[in-house]
Design a protein around this ligand. Structure first.
Ligand SMILES: [Zn+2]
Ligand SMILES: [Zn+2]
Length: 261
């Protein structure tokens, strides 16, 4: 019996080696071969700017100075967000001329429908959410449900999957908290936010979400997951809707954050 198990282990190891030779791990950005199961090569990894203190404890905006304590940013003082806190793993600028491996990988996943990228990005989301949870300024509590930011049905049909749900599934496995993909839905299609001003973004998503069964939101500690935090208008509206339906707390985690707005 033990001999049989050892033989199976050897066979499994040989099969993994053969698969690695035939289908090597590749950098999500530049496709360079990687020696192990990593998302990016060292060169591309070097271009990724992780978000760290000092930052705004509400919206998670990192401060360019890079020194000093965390403090609430002027925007959150002026107009506090509905969600309790938002955090992201890494930040990028859409106007920067430097390479943006994370942004390119997210675009490849969302618009190129590259599901290998999705799987790897889900793993990164889970890993870095757990890291953020362990930090002083990060989300610290347990959650009852993980909620992906929903797509409208027309967008879902076009893309074939909800990228936020795939990332949320990564966190689900990481913290052993179930995803509820049905609690929150998008009731109308909204224009892509990328070319809109901050105010137009808020108006664009106003009233666009609905809680399907309010009893399932009432008193719950919810973690809202999205791929990118741009102006925060989408997660703000999702959180507002969840609180209106009795949620006890709503925190936000995104894989990336745009910092040039
Ligand atoms: Zn690379
Ligand atoms: Zn803020």
């Amino acid at each position: 019996m033990q001999q049989g198990q050892a033989w199976l282990q050897r066979l499994g190891s040989a099969a993994r080696t053969a698969l690695t030779v035939l289908y090597p791990w590749r950098c999500l950005n530049c496709s360079a071969c990687l020696p192990s199961d990593r998302a990016f090569c060292l060169k591309c990894q070097g271009w990724i700017q992780s978000v760290h203190s000092p930052l705004c404890p509400r919206c998670g905006r990192p401060f360019a100075s890079g020194v000093g304590p965390d403090h609430v940013c002027p925007q959150c003082v002026q107009q506090p967000p509905s969600f309790r806190s938002a955090r992201a793993w890494a930040a990028y600028s859409t106007s920067s001329g430097s390479p943006q491996p994370l942004r390119q990988s997210i675009l490849r996943f969302k618009y190129g429908r590259n599901m290998r990228a999705g799987k790897v990005l889900a793993g990164l989301t889970a890993r870095h959410f757990s890291c953020a949870q362990g930090q002083d300024a990060g989300p610290a509590e347990d959650y009852d449900r993980v909620i992906p930011v929903p797509l409208h049905l027309t967008r879902l049909r076009w893309r074939g999957f909800n990228q936020s749900l795939i990332l949320a599934r990564g966190i689900e496995r990481g913290i052993n908290t179930p995803v509820d993909p049905w609690l929150l839905s998008r009731t109308r299609p909204t224009q892509p936010q990328t070319k809109l001003s901050r105010e137009d973004r808020r108006a664009n998503v106003r009233g666009a979400f609905r809680v399907h069964t309010p009893a399932l939101a009432k008193g719950k500690r919810l973690l809202l997951v999205d791929d990118v935090y741009t102006s925060g208008a989408t997660v703000e509206e999702c959180a507002r809707t969840l609180y209106q339906n009795g949620a006890r707390s709503v925190d936000v985690f995104t894989l990336a954050r745009v910092v040039d707005l």
